[in-house]
Design a protein around this ligand. Structure first.
Ligand code: ZN
Length: 299
């Protein structure tokens, strides 16, 4: 009843202040929405409509119902024309809202207690206004307050500084992420250099621990860039699986796709790639060393 009567009041407020008509409404479980037949509603207009609606509530005006005939309808300035011809029930908030409605309402506006607009959403030819009334306002406030209290303690920041503190954290976070990415790239470059320098032939192999496929590929790319006659085979020994990458330098004929396709069945693996670089992952049926041996013997 609070939400429903609140809808009557807020719709009437928009109409009276700005001539915005409510063309439809929806009573949800928690919130109500009304669709206004305009393409824009300013913050100031929202504020004024909310203020007027709450003023009508504060004045605790009577909400009366009256059965009228089609002829008697002309005595009332209805907010929305009705198509009913008989048994017309009017819901009246004197000097404010006259509306044909069959719903259940409280007996006075004061029982609606409060109206709070939550947000608006612009759609094609309307603006949808979402709001909340009465007891639900308290539940809503309680929930939001809990979130805020939690944030204040988590961030150790007073309430009025939470927004800035959060923005700073996010900024810091993206700076750090960039730094980590730069550092990882430099580290990979060093690793690649070391692998090239310690290589004993044209097949460069290495067993690594818990590396992502992306890292293995980057590393392989860095190594073969400067060793066109080499093939790189990198295996990462991860928690529950083995991952393998094979990459070749420009002067090597052999297909990495075929190479990987040949060894993956040994570890029930899946993967793919192209002639220059291929990769895959599978079960730890073999050790990393055994997997590398299979690759070398195929080469
Ligand atoms: Zn109603």
């Amino acid at each position: 009843m609070q939400q429903h009567a609140g809808q009557h009041i807020l719709s009437a407020a928009f109409e009276q202040l700005f001539g915005f008509q409510t063309i439809s409404f929806h009573l949800g479980k928690d919130t109500v929405t009304i669709d206004l037949n305009v393409t824009e509603v300013s913050e100031q207009q929202l504020k004024e409509a909310e203020q007027l609606a709450n003023q009508i509530i504060l004045e605790d005006r009577i909400i009366e119902t009256k059965w009228v005939t089609e002829e008697e309808l002309f005595n009332y300035n209805l907010r929305k024309a009705t198509s009913l011809k008989e048994n017309i029930r009017l819901v009246i908030i004197p000097d404010f809202d006259y509306n044909a409605c069959g719903g259940t309402h409280p007996t006075s506006t004061g029982q609606v207690r409060s109206i709070k607009i939550l947000q608006t959403e612009r759609q094609k030819k309307i603006v949808r206004v979402e709001f909340i009334c009465g007891e639900r306002n308290l539940t809503h406030l309680h929930r939001k307050h809990q979130v805020l209290v939690n944030l204040v303690s988590t961030l150790s920041t007073p309430e009025d500084k939470i927004i800035n503190a959060t923005k700073n954290l996010l900024e810091q976070n993206s700076k750090l992420a960039k730094q980590v990415a730069d550092l990882s790239n430099s580290l990979l470059a060093y690793e690649a250099k070391e692998l090239r320098e310690s290589a004993k032939g044209t097949t460069i192999t290495c067993i690594l621990e818990n590396r992502s496929m992306q890292e293995l590929q980057k590393l392989a790319k860095l190594v073969i860039q400067e060793t066109p006659k080499s093939i790189c085979i990198f295996v990462s020994n991860n928690q529950d699986k083995l991952q393998v990458v094979a990459a070749k330098g420009n002067d090597v004929e052999q297909s990495m796709k075929e190479l990987i396709a040949h060894v993956l069945p040994y570890i029930n693996g899946k993967g793919g790639g192209n002639e220059r670089m291929a990769q895959g992952g599978g079960e730890k049926i073999l050790t990393s060393e055994q997997l590398i041996e299979k690759v070398i013997s195929y080469i």
